[in-house]
Design a binder for this molecule. Structure first.
Ligand code: TXA
Ligand code: MG
Length: 353
């Protein structure tokens, strides 16, 4: 895309957002569906267009650290270090919110998720606006997130989508809950208390390394209930064909079919409001193939799920192997497991392949 075309799209998006419309926003992780945080009509449209239940909060996108400080009640050295090292980029910080963020955005929670995206078009747009943007991923609720403008247009019609090409990271940001010691809730001393609410391509290990290097005292000891962190839901990101994960040793086709058949009958139709897809028959399948490099696997994951789901097959199969263990794969495996209707063999469930 030429600079002129990008500039024209940013200009058009800015005009629409400032009049309370929503737009499709390219970010480095996935495309978002964005509206200004001070426009209740836009926030309502986001929930309606995504068919998202009102209990699932939106995250807020900013163009400067100054804006983040205006949205959070506290800004500690830990915040500063994390922002310096990971922003702009795929890390969302969750913390107590100020009144600038309405409860419509946070689904009634007293906390808000904030991140500064690194996609140049997103950043340029955010920096041209006076107000931050609330934006969830631009997919229908529970389904696979979009990583191209085409994906968004196919699912959410009649909305202007800025075309920023294919998303480089490919899966949603890491979400980190951060609370400082003196912030009440019985938290002690000067320590920073943390919890990963959603895994992503920034791993816990990377976060720990940065905090240690900067002599921040921290501990990963928060344990939020799924009610307070809807991102912990079991199923999400589902393609429109049932996905089955097979762990460990490769099995013969007959054994695979037998296991799938046996367990599908026992599956619930719905978990936490998300419909669980089941194959009508088990005659044909498409294998989900991932690049052995985790960065590339993440980038291609959602396109691979979407394109294989559009083939005339009964189900999708992913063979999980030993290389998929380890911190660099944690975000990718989290998405695949949530997208899956079934993980087999069942008795291997907690064992690593
Ligand atoms: O990479 C990303 O984070 C993308 C791009 C567009 O920035 N956005 C994204 O938004 O994935 P969304 O809404 O699809 O996922 C955000 C997740 C949701 O699962 C939501 O439940 C959780 O963040 N969340 C938002 N605010 C929260 C809060 N205050 N406390 C706990 N979880 C929160
Ligand atoms: Mg989403």
């Amino acid at each position: 895309m030429t600079g002129d075309r990008a500039a024209a799209q940013i200009e058009q998006a800015k005009k629409l957002l400032e009049t309370g419309e929503v737009i499709g926003l390219p970010t480095e992780t996935v495309y978002g569906l964005a509206g200004q945080i001070n426009r209740p009509q836009a926030i309502q449209s986001i929930f309606r267009l995504k068919k998202r239940p009102f209990f699932d909060p939106l995250i807020v996108h900013i163009g400067s650290v100054q804006q983040a400080k205006s949205l959070f009640r506290t800004w500690t050295e830990a915040h500063e270090i994390l922002a310096k090292n990971f922003w702009p980029g795929p890390l969302t910080l969750v913390n107590q919110k100020t009144d600038l963020v309405s409860e419509m955005i946070t689904s009634g929670l007293s906390t808000v998720g904030v991140r500064m995206p690194s996609h140049p078009m997103a950043l340029a747009l955010l920096q041209s606006l006076d107000v931050p943007l609330a934006a969830p991923s631009a997919n229908l609720f529970g389904r696979t997130s979009p990583t191209t403008a085409e994906h968004v247009r196919g699912e959410i019609p009649n909305v202007f989508v800025m075309d920023g090409g294919t998303c480089e990271v490919g899966i949603e940001s890491t979400i980190l809950l951060i609370e400082s010691g003196s912030g009440g809730a019985g938290l002690s001393g000067s320590q920073t208390h943390l919890e990963i609410l959603r895994k992503g391509m920034i791993s816990q290990k990377q976060i720990e390394e940065v905090l240690k290097k900067n002599k921040i005292e921290f501990v990963f000891d928060l344990k939020t209930s799924p009610m307070m962190a809807p991102g912990k839901m079991k199923h999400h990101y589902m393609p429109n064909k049932p996905l089955i994960i097979w762990r460990g040793q490769k099995a013969r086709d007959s054994e695979l079919t037998r296991q799938i058949q046996k367990h599908f009958d026992e599956l619930p139709d719905e978990v936490e409001g998300v419909k669980i897809l089941k194959p009508a028959k088990l005659e044909s399948r498409a294998e989900i193939v991932l690049n052995p490099q985790p960065e590339l696997a993440a980038r291609e994951l959602y396109s691979e799920l979407r394109s294989k789901a559009n083939l005339p097959v009964d189900f999708l199969l992913f063979h999980e192997q030993a290389i998929h263990a380890g911190p660099d794969w944690a975000g990718i495996m989290d998405r695949l497991q949530k997208a899956a209707s079934l993980i087999l063999p069942l008795d291997n469930l907690s064992a690593k392949p």
